[in-house]
Design a protein around this ligand. Structure first.
Ligand code: UD1
Ligand code: CA
Length: 450
């Protein structure tokens, strides 16, 4: 059956105390909305409808950034979860398949759980995702009889017996789209909050002789985010899970608790990550690489056998081929570094290409920015760039060329050439001792006169 995701993301998130819509606050460098969209992706949805309200334009942009096929509908006034889902009705008119309602602020529902719900929908008209709550607090309670979910009662409307129930509603519901909108049409707002409750559709379905059931998951999956403190806990939970997954996949994390991962970090088998490494968004590391301590990587690719750091910074567009070495205090941005090249100490390489087996000496800088525009530096294969060379871009260094230490290279260097641009050295025999004597005499004179 085809699937449509309906992601509720209109809420303001007052307790975030923020100008940014709640669902755009990041967990592991990705908006929480993206996490929700990504977990729904396991069902290979034919449609993704995001219900936006507060900050709808920003929400639209984030949704489209992650999935260009996403559709955004606006819920101008937040009148309740049923009203929110109803906003997707026109967009999904005639959609013949399952609708799955997710919350944008509940980012960790696991793909396997959604698959379980999809399976249960084979034998029931509605499937709700529930969980045993350690502290059921203000969640809606699931009223089950055997396998049948009879209704959901919201905390505010529940009596004492119902409040004693610990099986709670996560908010995730699956149902045929057409039926979902049909049931929502019958929902009123005569309740303690004067809201249109999506949860009411379960009772209505039972009255109509339809069957509803609950699938359960771990409480951790249903964690909702309402405050910055929740956000921090959610990030920690994500990190713990992502680190375990990486280790199970054959990556060595020497001090797992000190490695910060992004939602989309990809690391190959038999790679070692030393302590205190931070991964920003968009990093892929192939097998058998080593990322040494205190390195910071974002938007970059490290190939097989690369050794990065300690204290290296790889910025967006850094593409490193096999066996590249990047040492301490080296920053690389928007640069393709070919196989076996080495940039081992104290360098900035930006907007550049570096050829196979070239060696970039300590303190080399590509001067890529003239204050207005960025320019490219090309370095060929097997080039040796002497320490402290300034490469003033645009500039190109031919294969097998050599630059003398301390050179400021402003024009292209031919293949095989030695380029030097520094003042010639002069030498004055015996002058060192004479100079110190002169200085000492000067100092003594100054002391006498003071
Ligand atoms: C809801 C459920 C409750 C469940 C709980 C789980 C209802 C009536 N109650 O309660 O059974 O235990 O979630 O966290 O469904 N939203 C909109 N538009 C609206 C209202 C809400 O987009 O008009 C979005 C919110 O931004 C949020 C989600 O829907 O992402 C849930 O809304 P919220 O008000 O937090 O519902 P709860 O009261 O927590
Ligand atoms: Ca909530």
């Amino acid at each position: 059956m085809k699937t449509a995701l309906i992601i509720l993301a209109a809420g303001k998130g007052t307790r975030m105390n923020s100008d940014l819509p709640k669902v755009l606050h990041p967990i592991a460098h990705a908006p929480m909305l993206e996490h929700a969209m990504a977990s729904g992706a396991v069902l290979d949805p034919a449609r993704i409808v995001v219900v936006a309200g507060h900050g709808a334009d920003l929400v639209r942009k984030a949704a489209l950034d992650f999935h260009e096929g996403a559709e955004i509908v606006e819920q101008v006034e937040q009148l309740g979860t049923a009203h929110a889902v109803a906003q997707a009705k026109d967009a999904l008119a005639g959609f013949d398949g399952m609708a799955l309602v997710l919350y944008g602020d509940t980012p960790f529902v696991q793909p396997q759980t959604l698959e379980k719900m999809q399976t249960a929908l084979g034998s029931h008209d509605l499937v709700v995702l529930g969980f045993e709550a350690a502290d059921p607090d203000r969640y809606g309670r699931l009223i089950l009889q055997g396998e049948t979910l009879q209704r959901i009662v919201e905390f505010k409307d529940a009596n004492e017996d119902e409040r004693a129930i610990t099986l709670c509603n996560s908010g995730v519901i699956a149902c045929k789209a057409e039926l979902l909108f049909d049931l929502i049409d019958a929902v009123g707002n005569d309740n303690a909050s004067d809201e249109y409750y999506l949860t009411d559709i379960i009772g209505i379905a039972n009255e109509r002789g339809l069957s509803a059931t609950a699938v359960t998951c771990d409480e951790a999956e249903t964690m909702g985010i309402n405050s910055r403190a929740d956000l921090a806990r959610a990030d920690a939970a994500f990190q713990a899970r992502a680190r375990s997954t990486l280790m199970a996949d054959g990556v060595t994390l020497m001090a797992p608790d000190t490695v910060y991962l992004a939602r989309d970090t990809v690391i190959g088998r038999d790679t070692t990550i030393e302590p205190n490494v931070v991964f920003g968004p968009g990093v892929t590391v192939e097998s058998g690489a080593t990322i040494r301590a205190f390195s910071h990587l974002e938007g970059c690719h490290v190939s097989r056998g690369g050794i990065i750091g300690p204290y290296a910074r790889l910025r967006p567009g850094a593409e490193l081929a096999e066996d590249v070495r990047v040492g301490n205090f080296v920053e690389i941005k928007n640069a393709q570094i070919a196989e076996g090249a080495k940039i081992n100490h104290l360098s900035y390489i930006g907007d550049a290409t570096i050829g196979t087996k070239s060696n970039i000496g300590a303190g080399t800088i590509t001067c890529n920015y003239d204050g207005v525009m960025k320019h490219h530096t090309h370095i060929g294969d097997r080039v040796f760039i002497g320490s402290n060379t300034m490469l003033v871009a645009p500039v190109s260094i031919g294969d097998d060329a050599l630059t003398g230490s301390g050179s400021v290279i402003t024009s292209d260097v031919e293949a095989g050439a030695l380029a030097l641009s520094r003042a010639p050295q002069i030498e004055k025999p015996g002058r060192a001792r004479k100079m110190f004597e002169m200085l000492k005499a000067k100092k003594a004179k100054a002391q006498r006169s003071s």
